[in-house]
Design a protein around this ligand. Structure first.
Ligand code: ACO
Length: 324
């Protein structure tokens, strides 16, 4: 029997740091408002790198750390809601940039759940025995999807990328999963709507920018996502003690605080870095994971058990419990 294992992690963020005070110079907001409601103090904003450039930096690091040659990679999945283009996909650009000639590649779109959905999918590809190694990357340049005149959304998001090398293993590392979607609430969080525009059609909805019902998303996270995590912990027979760290999508520190209480896991187990990067959607969990490995909090030696949870547009939400 073949299983899948996260064997390397990496992240890359653009150099440009934009603080809350920087934003207060270009819009009617303040560090006090942003930090007290979201926990965010600063974010990275790309000046001249596209989503595939950030993802390529992650892919190169993963290859370097593993010592693998690009031709040994069987697949690349990039989770993103801010692709360079629909065609070629961001994953295809990464493949070309690193010359992973033997890989099949595609983008996966599930907003802030994208990385968790992509990792769950990639695990099945390896577990089925068909493929041995894949790169799973979450990458976003959300700054290009924001309406910079809308302070309600512009202050929340940032750019960055993170990813993992997933490899075949004789031991089981993916212990439990629960993936969910509710399209009926899709309009609560929107972006990238390109309306009908042929000579034969009425003009459709055309709004490329991020739109959000903040209160509804807040409630969704606290209620639905917390409940699904509690259920997963019960079903998997893992109590809070069985989880070393919880890496939840980095949207908002108040969401994290409330979810910790609802789930009944110690707050110290919930890692957070949204203060430095803002909400980077599909990139937030792999950036947090790779940064925690870099800081020595998480070790890739099979001794720790992690809860990874994404939630966001779609609506989508999902969790994986992974021995790492
Ligand atoms: N700076 C200053 N004032 C602002 C700003 C800003 N950046 N944005 C909004 N305001 C004002 C509003 O205009 C409003 O003023 P008014 O009362 O005079 O009309 C006031 O602040 C309150 O606005 P609300 O939108 O009601 O603010 P709320 O307290 O709900 O906080 C927030 C907004 C932080 C977005 C909150 O709803 C939230 O945390 N939602 C969770 C959603 C989230 O984190 N989404 C991220 C993307 S989704 C995801 O990743 C899953």
């Amino acid at each position: 029997m073949t299983f899948a294992k996260i064997s390397q992690t990496a992240y890359y963020v653009p150099e440009q740091v934009v603080t809350n005070d920087d934003l207060a110079k270009i819009m009617d907001t303040s560090d006090e408002w942003i930090a007290s409601r979201t926990g965010i103090k600063e974010r990275r904003i790309s000046r001249n790198q596209e989503t595939s450039d950030l993802a390529t930096e992650v892919a190169k690091q993963l290859l370097e750390k593993s010592g693998l040659s690009p031709s040994e990679i069987d697949f690349i999945i990039v989770a993103t809601i801010s692709p360079d283009s629909m065609m070629p996909t961001t994953a295809a650009r990464v493949q070309a940039n690193i010359n992973a000639s033997e890989a099949f590649v595609y983008d996966l779109t599930a907003a802030c759940s994208g990385f968790v959905f992509a990792l769950a999918t990639a695990e099945k590809l390896i577990k089925a025995g068909s493929y041995k190694r894949g790169l799973v990357i979450g990458a976003e340049v959300l700054s290009k999807t924001l309406d910079w005149s809308d302070r309600r959304t512009a202050v929340l998001f940032g750019d960055g990328a993170g990813g993992v090398l997933l490899e075949a293993s004789a031991q089981e590392h993916f212990l439990a999963e629960s993936l969910h979607s509710d399209g009926s609430r899709g309009q609560k969080l929107t972006s990238g709507a390109y309306g009908l525009q042929s000579p034969y059609s009425d003009q459709g909805e055309n709004n490329p920018f991020m739109g959000m019902d903040g209160r509804a998303i807040f409630d969704f996270a606290i209620r639905d996502v917390s409940r699904s995590i509690k259920e997963l912990l019960e079903i998997s027979g893992l109590s809070g003690d069985g989880i070393d760290y919880a890496l939840l999508h980095q949207a908002n520190i108040r969401i994290l605080d409330k979810m910790a209480k609802k789930i009944g896991l110690e707050r110290d187990k919930f890692l957070a870095n949204m203060m430095h990067y803002g909400n980077t959607s599909a990139a937030s969990i792999p950036i947090l994971l790779a940064e925690s490995v870099e800081n020595g909090i998480i070790r890739l030696d099979g001794s720790q058990t992690l809860l990874l949870t994404g939630f966001g547009g779609g609506l989508t939400w999902g969790s994986l419990i992974v021995k790492i």
